[in-house]
Design a protein around this ligand. Structure first.
Ligand SMILES: [Zn+2]
Length: 289
């Protein structure tokens, strides 16, 4: 391993931020094209108003938006603030994940997981769907990460793994234990969301949630393990309910599920659990000793 200790940490965060802005620019394409089932590679970025191809020098994250004065170079149509906002948010997320992981072999995995969640959050916010083209590869990715990461950086990277490998599964190969942890997390995450939807359907006689939430929580549960998955659902339901009640009061309508993309709150909950969850669940578990 190359020793990078001489590099000041600030430099690492700047690199993470710039890389995040570039991925954010790609997420803009994903958020725009995946719901309408267009390729995310072809064609190159075009102005949604006049269709002119956007040159690489007009496609620099955040910078081009400012240089062009929020207008298309060709037709002068206003460019939505959403584009630089997504780029800045992704940059901030990458800095936070880099701060959480440090210079670790697990960092690229956490960045991919966080990016997939952010894409789902933005797509759900705009289109009220959580596309299979993201959740299915997301589930597969979580399982691969579960097998690979313990060999790269050891068991403590996953919140559930130290206790599982010391408990009933002691003596098993670590990848088996890790996959069992993923399965428990996935069943808990996906299962609770499925149960919530089913109960709501029985109570009200209407379909409350698409299975997108269930699949998204399979991915989150497999990656984060059961404790951080419970935290994710708690944060998602709590913040979703507060925003939902606020929207219901303001709009005077009485059915909140029409207004609420629940995947947004679950996605933000999962990101919060990834970044800040470990000390919270350790503290909470300590209350019962
Ligand atoms: Zn244009």
């Amino acid at each position: 391993m190359i020793n990078l200790n001489f590099v000041p940490p600030v430099f690492g965060y700047v690199v993470a931020g710039i890389f995040g802005a570039i991925i954010g620019s790609f997420l803009n394409v994903v958020v725009h094209r995946v719901p309408i089932e267009e390729s995310i590679v072809f064609p190159n970025s075009r102005c949604p108003s006049c269709g002119a191809a956007i040159a690489f020098y007009d496609n620099i994250p955040v910078v081009s938006y400012i240089v062009l004065g929020a207008k298309c170079r060709h037709c002068k149509e206003h460019i939505s603030f959403r584009y630089p906002a997504v780029e800045l948010l992704t940059a901030a997320l990458f800095v936070l994940v880099a701060w959480h992981d440090g210079l670790s072999a697990a960092l690229p995995f956490d960045l991919i997981f966080a990016s997939a969640l952010l894409a789902l959050v933005f797509i759900d916010a705009e289109h009220m769907i959580l596309p299979n083209t993201i959740t299915y590869p997301g589930i597969a990715f979580a399982l691969v990460a579960r097998v690979v990461i313990p060999y790269l950086v050891g068991t403590p990277h996953f919140d559930d793994l130290p206790s599982l490998s010391g408990g009933a599964l002691a003596g098993m190969p670590i990848w088996v234990t890790s996959l069992v942890g993923a399965l428990i997390g996935a069943l808990l995450g996906g299962g609770s969301l499925w149960l919530m939807g089913w109960t709501w359907e029985k109570l009200r006689g209407i379909e409350a949630m698409g299975l997108g939430d269930v699949k998204m929580m399979f991915m989150v549960g497999a990656y984060l393990g059961w404790r951080l998955t419970i935290l994710t659902i708690f944060v998602g339901v709590f913040t979703g309910s507060i925003i939902g009640i606020f929207l219901m009061v303001r709009s005077g309508r009485r059915n909140m599920q029409m207004l609420l993309p629940f995947g947004v709150f679950l996605g933000l909950g999962a990101i919060a659990a990834l970044l800040f969850g470990a000390p919270i669940v350790v503290w909470y578990a300590g209350q019962f000793r």
